[in-house]
Design a protein around this ligand. Sequence first.
Ligand code: NAD
Length: 505
Amino acid sequence: MSAALASNLEKAARALERFRGAPLGHFIGGRRERGRGTEVFENRSPVDGSLLCKVVCGNDEDVDAAAQAAKTAFDAWRKTTGPARRALLHRIADLIEARSEEIALIECLDTGQALRFMSKAAERGAENFRFFADRAPGSADGLALPAAEHLNYTVREPLGPVAVITPWNTPFMLSTWKIAPALAAGCTVVHKPAEWSPLTAMLLAEIVSEAGVPPGVVNLVNGIGERTGRALTEHPDIRATAFIGESSTGSLILSQGAPTLKRVHLELGGKNPVIVFDDADLDRALDAVVFMIYSLNGERCTSASRLLVQRSIHDRFVARIAERVRRLKVGHPLDPATEIGPLVHERHLEKVLSYFEVARGEGAEIRCGGRRVAGLGGPYVEPTLLTGARGAMRIAQEEIFGPVLTVIPFDDEADALRIANDVRYGLAAYVWTENAGRALRIAHGVDAGMVWVNSENNRHLPAPFGGIKASGIGRDGGDYSFDFYMETKNICLAHGTHRVPKLAG
Ligand code: NAD
């Protein structure tokens, strides 16, 4: 064991002490509480199966208590001035930065993600708060729409209490991506984190409270999706649901929110293509292709899980990828050298492994990997490269959500676009070519909410983030987030000169 791993393990054990003892409950109205639910489930680390904590599954009464707290806090929070909200959100960012190592270490043991990525995820969480903090004072801004004898102008008003439901991949960063704009807009929040990775959500709730955000503005209810999550999406006082997770769950969120007419924002799955043409800068493309599927264990919505590579360079390019994949370092997430940690859960490993059988059955080749990693204990999977695939195969159609790349050759631009678009998803696409016209043609023709040309996923917070088709509804980022968390009101003032229609006069 390296000295760095030993030291990280020691620090992580200290950070986890706060979760030992009583089961992890909820954070409602500014206080940690056990809640009223009697069902308790175990949260085990994917690294070695050790018990991290027990978690109380929130029941309908817990969800109702959290929704009531958010409703009660809303009036004062919406009236808190923009500059005051800005100061509080910056204070949250300060506290996240001060605790970023603790957050990263806990996140690694809760999710299996490697520390090299999770340390940046904590920093990105702080950046999300700073970005939306600075926009809080302008969040209500609207448009002036003058007409001949009237002045129309718009203002934006916060929606009210909103639900934020997050998945287990990079849970801390994703929570901040939703909660920061909601708070900047003047909404109050009830957060339901994923049952496989609940720990850092409690840290965030505590940080928000410590920063001086009033009780009830951010609440947290732990629990199982089908029960606690469902109750939250059905609650009549919750005005909207901001959801990140699987496409099938997204459909449920829509129907569960229908009776109460909830506004819904869905960030769902993907089967994102990276299209590499023979005129591309292949060294840079190679780095990006490998990074975009094997970083974060491939458990990332924007991962480029389908490599579409032009037939003329297919064999050479794939050989270079295979050489890299064989050298990826699989290991303990707290080892700074580790590039791939264990998958989040045994059940998820089973799903990923099942696709290797599917690949064999469909006649694809498992060029690298394709097995559970022996000897490491947890749900570790070998980084895997599947070649000889065709667009119609399940390994080219379905989201595997692991370090598994499916390679499909193409002949020309039209062929590349046809394969790229022949899936139900449409989150992200990546294009590598030195031909600007071709890059534009692909970027405009591909079914995706986001396209990166000659780049890996490179986030710019004012830019819209989201997908089309089965990858989602709505956009986050910059002002797009405020469009979701706020209502636009139009106010029309007359100059007093127009003719008012007269009846019975
Ligand atoms: P999931 O859909 O199983 O669960 C997500 C959350 O929804 C969890 O908190 C869960 O408890 C809750 N939930 C489950 N059923 C529910 C119900 N009926 N009502 C209310 N809540 C319910 O997703 P997951 O397996 O945790 O996460 C992985 C998925 O998330 C992948 O498909 C991935 O692509 C997607 N994802 C998308 C984005 C994006 O921005 N598009 C980002 C990250 C992850």
